[in-house]
Design a protein around this ligand. Structure first.
Ligand SMILES: *[C@@H]1O[C@H](CO)[C@@H](O)[C@H](O)[C@H]1NC(C)=O
Ligand SMILES: *[C@@H]1O[C@H](CO)[C@@H](O)[C@H](O)[C@H]1NC(C)=O
Ligand SMILES: *[C@@H]1O[C@H](CO)[C@@H](O)[C@H](O)[C@H]1NC(C)=O
Ligand SMILES: *[C@@H]1O[C@H](CO)[C@@H](O)[C@H](O)[C@H]1NC(C)=O
Ligand SMILES: CC(=O)N[C@H]1CO[C@H](CO)[C@@H](O)[C@@H]1O
Length: 570
């Protein structure tokens, strides 16, 4: 077995895990795993299992010619074929990805590489623009010769074709990545149905995605397929998008790492919009270091996304070098405890409290009750509704203007409403279109009206001075640490960064919580993540803290998905 930066638990600790509460489990895991955490420094050159291989390890195996990129692509495709019928995590694969990999292998043989992702297969959420993928029925997926992504999981945009791919995708390709395919999501990144009535991970084109860890599990959303595919090792890593939790939420549900970058750090050009004031593209990975690598590649100014001009540095920080084992030494971390005082997940709080001990023993100073000065945990306030609606109306039109091929002639919100109501596969009215109807009912056409600016200022305050940055300033801390469930919404409202890392799993006596869709959202073995929050463009520090925490705990490995693919390269 390869030495990797991730350490498996012994069979003993696995069986103990079944009987232990989150707290005891957490401390036990910390004790068991701590002596090994330094092993990372000398990774061996053996190729690891695709179940948990890191990008660094795969790159190492490619460089030392233990594997080829073609082999990687073929093996990932086999893995997708094995399990996608069960999980519905992938909407389309690119059969030409083998040809792309071959070209990259040939280039490497000639001594040339594009960058740190040379030959590394990635999966991309289906609301992020790619050009046509070759698909002729591989892996039991869509039968069209060309999957003219990007459809956001809608039939309205199925077959539509963009003028060019998303800036972030071009950047990944330039660094050498192979785009393997597109992942399922909550349709329209969850801006369609009336608040609270959608099914996370459902799309008209991809069906219902299922979570990776427990049978019949809700996958989290809206980057559902990216979370599931990361957990199952269906690619080296995945890319998701976030507005107010769409990365952190499925990262937690599938016990993987998710980074929500500051809105504007990564370009949203040719990404299907939800709300431009909150939307952001970020990595979903099995390790913090992989996320750091991908973020560094995707980040940067783009003339096609005006929000990126707020990036405060000339050169993008080297996020990988923030991954330091002693990254928590001397750091002041605030805990906004009041925000989870009424939680329905007591085991998550126990694990969180145990995690505070880990953070302290790694050298951090914990500042309790660094509470949000003025915050209501409701993403659907009247202000928020207006902001989302007008941003969507505005952004959708702009996005649709970039389509070179628009088979259903969708040019604005009214066209989209008409098409969705008249197309049985969109399952209206079972899945309603409450968000769009609200947006259509407004007397404003776009987000340039003064009414928008006023609502947006109040909404922004909610996610900044009223919550995250307010608490950070009042308590003079470097960052906040909380449970992912309580960090996602304020980070979204403020357009601020959030780094979500596996923390633990619910104990066996956890009452199941079944959603109207019939899928379970909580119950025995359900994962919970911890989240680091900071001011705009503080990713470098948040990654540093998250990495140091991850290396002390490796909580992701405490419980494996209930079914893993078996095709592998070792
Ligand atoms: C990788 O995952 C497999 C199970 O899927 C596990 O058996 C193995 O121990 C893991 N390897 C490491 C190094 O964590
Ligand atoms: C497939 O990939 C190869 C190698 O990059 C490229 O030359 C070719 O144009 C691609 N074919 C299609 C249909 O995209
Ligand atoms: C994809 O776009 C091309 C034109 O760019 C079009 O001819 C083709 O029909 C489209 N494919 C689908 C499945 O709609
Ligand atoms: C926004 O809509 C108003 C009408 O509501 C219109 O006068 C204005 O030109 C629009 N602005 C933009 C940038 O589209
Ligand atoms: C577009 C597409 O291929 N969707 C597929 C998503 O996954 C489900 C289940 O595997 C398939 O039935 C769909 O065809």
């Amino acid at each position: 077995m390869a030495m990797t930066s991730e350490r498996p638990l012994s069979p003993l600790s696995r069986s103990i895990h079944t009987y232990m509460s989150g707290l005891v489990l957490f401390i036990l895991a910390t004790l068991l795993l701590r002596p090994y955490s330094m092993g990372n420094a000398q990774a061996t050159r053996m190729c690891p299992s695709l179940d948990n291989a890191t990008i660094e390890q795969l790159q190492d195996a490619l460089v030392t010619e233990q594997i080829t990129s073609v082999q990687l692509v073929e093996t990932y495709l086999k893995r997708i074929d094995e399990v996608n019928g069960l999980f519905h995590a992938i909407i389309a694969v690119d059969e030409n990805s083998t040809a792309v990999a071959r070209e990259l292998d040939d280039l490497r043989k000639k001594g040339k590489t594009h960058g740190p992702l040379h030959g590394i297969p990635l999966l991309i959420k289906d609301n992020i623009g790619t050009l046509p993928l070759e698909t002729t029925g591989m892996c039991g997926l869509s039968q069209e010769n060309l999957y003219n992504s990007t459809a956001g999981g809608s039939l309205a945009l199925k077959g539509a074709r963009l003028d060019r791919e998303a800036t972030v995708v071009s950047k990944l390709r330039k660094a050498g990545a192979v785009i393997l395919g597109k992942t399922n999501l909550s349709q329209w990144a969850n801006y369609r149905c009336s608040p609270g009535t959608s099914s996370g991970g459902w799309t008209a084109t991809g069906g219902q995605t299922f979570g990776a860890i427990i049978p019949n599990q809700a996958p989290g959303g809206s980057s559902s397929g990216s979370g599931v595919a990361t957990a199952l090792g269906l690619a080296a890593a995945c890319i998701g998008t976030d507005s107010m939790g769409s990365i952190g939420n499925p990262a937690q549900a599938n016990a993987v790492v998710g980074v929500r970058p500051t809105t504007g750090l990564t370009s949203r050009s040719r990404v299907i919009p939800y709300t431009e004031h909150e939307d952001t593209v970020g990595p979903m990975t099995r390790t913090v270091k992989d996320a750091a690598l991908l973020l560094g590649i995707m980040a940067g100014k783009d003339p096609e996304d005006s929000f990126t001009k707020h990036i405060p540095f000339e050169n993008i920080p080297d996020y990988v070098s923030s991954c330091k084992l002693d990254g928590l030494k001397g750091v002041r971390l605030g805990v906004p405890r009041a925000s989870f005082a009424n939680t329905k997940k007591p085991a998550a709080v126990s694990a969180f409290n145990a995690a505070l001990h880990v953070l302290r023993s790694a050298g951090a100073e914990i500042v309790e009750n660094a509470d949000f000065p003025d915050y209501v945990d409701d993403i659907w306030t009247d202000d928020a509704k207006l902001v989302y609606a007008l941003d969507f109306k505005t952004g959708l039109k702009q996005y649709l203007d970039h389509l070179e091929h628009n088979p259903n002639n969708i040019h604005n919100l009214d066209d989209l409403i008409r098409f969705t109501k008249n197309t049985p596969g969109e399952e209206w009215p079972k899945y309603d279109i409450g968000c769009w109807e609200f947006a259509a009912s407004l007397p404003y056409e776009n987000n340039s009206v003064p009414e928008f600016a006023r609502a947006q200022a109040r909404h922004l305050y909610h996610g900044t001075a009223g919550s995250i940055t307010g608490a950070i300033e009042r308590h003079n801390v470097d960052a906040l640490v909380t449970l992912t469930d309580y960090g996602n919404h304020p980070a979204g409202a403020g357009g601020l960064p959030a780094v979500s890392v596996p923390l633990g799993f619910a104990p066996d006596d956890t009452p199941p919580k079944i959603l109207p869709s019939g899928l379970a959202e909580d119950g025995p073995g359900f994962p919970f993540n911890i989240e680091f929050l900071g001011p705009a463009f503080s990713e470098e520090r948040l990654i540093q803290y998250a990495y140091a925490f991850e290396q002390q705990t490796h909580a992701r490995l405490l419980r494996r998905p209930y079914r893993m693919p078996t095709s592998d390269i070792v």
